[in-house]
Design a protein around this ligand. Structure first.
Ligand code: FES
Ligand code: FES
Length: 173
């Protein structure tokens, strides 16, 4: 079976050693997904597989036979940006922007995890509805590093979309 990437069917590589990241960047020329550490530590290569976030540098493409992959290039609806893409722009959530695709894909996956009620390491009450407060946000996005220090803007953008009622000044401080 092929992989579906941003809605298009893509054949699996013949070589089972090809990572999902290399399939995306080198073979499909989808360079939005970034190569950072290549060892699962920075989050720059994060994409969504059937709505769940994964680091594509640690994934072999053949593992995703029949699955649906979404990269940063697949989030916009034509000329209309995904709300989180628009929020990153509105809140200046990037400087060099290198980490941005991974941050955005990761935050979308994180929101789906919240929706499913998945607790994080810092969730205090496993029986209560989870609020996306500062601690939850920092913990849940801790796999995505930004070397430029754009974290305050990134936090503001994510809160704007996924926790609009939160006191984001308190969270971003
Ligand atoms: S490039 Fe994959 S986590 Fe850093
Ligand atoms: S904006 Fe440069 S690494 Fe995050």
């Amino acid at each position: 079976m092929p992989i579906t990437v941003n809605g298009s069917s893509v054949p699996l590589p013949d070589d089972p050693r090809v990572s999902l990241l290399d399939l995306l960047r080198e073979r499909l020329h989808l360079s939005g997904t970034k190569l950072g550490c290549n060892q699962g530590a920075c989050g720059a290569c994060t994409v969504l597989v059937d709505g769940e976030r994964i680091v594509s540098c640690l994934a072999l493409a053949v593992q995703y036979d029949g699955r649906s992959v979404t990269t940063i290039e697949g989030l916009a609806d034509g000329e209309t940006l995904h709300p989180l893409q628009a929020a990153f722009i509105a809140h200046d959530g990037f400087q060099c922007g290198y980490c941005t695709p991974g941050q955005i894909c990761s935050a979308i996956g994180m929101a789906a995890e919240l929706e499913r009620g998945m607790p994080s390491h810092v969730t205090a009450d496993l029986g209560a509805a989870i609020t996306l407060d500062r601690d939850e946000l920092r913990e849940r996005m801790s796999g995505n590093l930004c070397r430029c220090g754009a974290h305050n803007g990134i936090v503001d953008a994510i809160l704007d979309v996924y926790a609009p009622a939160a006191d984001d000044r308190a969270v971003a401080a």
